[in-house]
Design a protein around this ligand. Structure first.
Ligand SMILES: [Zn+2]
Length: 246
């Protein structure tokens, strides 16, 4: 009897202690919505409730037919399915999220968004037989300056939610200069033939999903997919990104 009361009291105290600690932590390290900047409560991560509600979701998971993301690759190469979580436009919440992932402390946010992406993938049987996730690699120099590969972090979120393993087997052949100031054609040329896959890494795998942060011209993802087909031309390749330009 005494023991039970003691244990109950102990667990209550621990709970109060934990809440107190979380309260103190959020006082010392308050966290804010990455879109609107409002201060978040202890239970909310990265996005406030209304910004999360109002993200520019594509709802591609509800499509039975093709989407504009699939169309990007028509006439270029045979991609199984393409999924993007959000529409990407200048000045939108999507842009703020991607910018935060790329240029700020985006580690937790990339992971958080990856999980959100995965919860949508669950709702479409087209993605049910994916066996491995392949993050688009970042060049080591960029990784050094940023400290992380955002595609790998997104993939980790997807992996955790879906229970699909990540194979970090795509790699870049050589360094390219920052792409932001280049034209569409230059960007395309710049990534041409730049990926390769570790030999035999996909042995026996039938369906992979390549993960990247954003789909714009599709050049990066196209060449990542080509590297996979070079290793095994019969493997099915799907693509998953946080956002698609439209
Ligand atoms: Zn907000």
């Amino acid at each position: 009897m005494y023991l039970k009361a003691y244990l109950l009291m102990k667990s209550k105290l621990l709970k109060i202690g934990k809440q107190y600690f979380e309260g103190i932590t959020s006082l010392i390290f308050p966290h804010f919505c990455v879109v609107c900047g409002s201060e978040l409560n202890q239970k909310t991560e990265h996005l406030c409730f209304s910004c999360e509600e109002e993200l520019h979701y594509t709802y591609f998971e509800k499509y039975e037919d093709y989407s504009i993301a699939d169309q990007v690759f028509w006439g270029r190469l045979n991609i199984e399915n393409v999924f993007a979580l959000l529409y990407y436009e200048a000045g939108t919440s999507t842009k703020k999220i991607l910018h935060h992932i790329k240029y700020s402390e985006g580690v937790d946010l990339a992971h958080f968004m990856g999980k959100m992406l995965a919860r949508k993938l669950k709702n479409n049987p087209k993605f049910a037989d994916i066996e491995v996730l392949l993050p688009v690699p970042i060049h080591s120099k960029k990784k050094f300056s940023r400290g992380y590969n955002q595609s790998l972090l997104i993939a980790k979120g997807v992996s955790e939610e879906l229970g699909i393993p990540i194979l970090d087997v795509l790699y870049r052949k050589r360094h390219d200069k920052s792409q932001t100031r280049k034209s569409k054609e230059e960007r395309y040329e710049n990534v041409k033939d730049k990926f390769a896959l570790k030999k035999g890494a996909l042995l026996g795998v039938k369906h992979v999903m390549i993960i990247d942060d954003v789909l714009t011209t599709g050049a990066t993802l196209e060449f990542a997919a080509r590297a996979v087909f070079e290793d095994d031309k019969n493997v099915k390749v799907s693509l998953g990104t946080l956002a698609v330009a439209h």
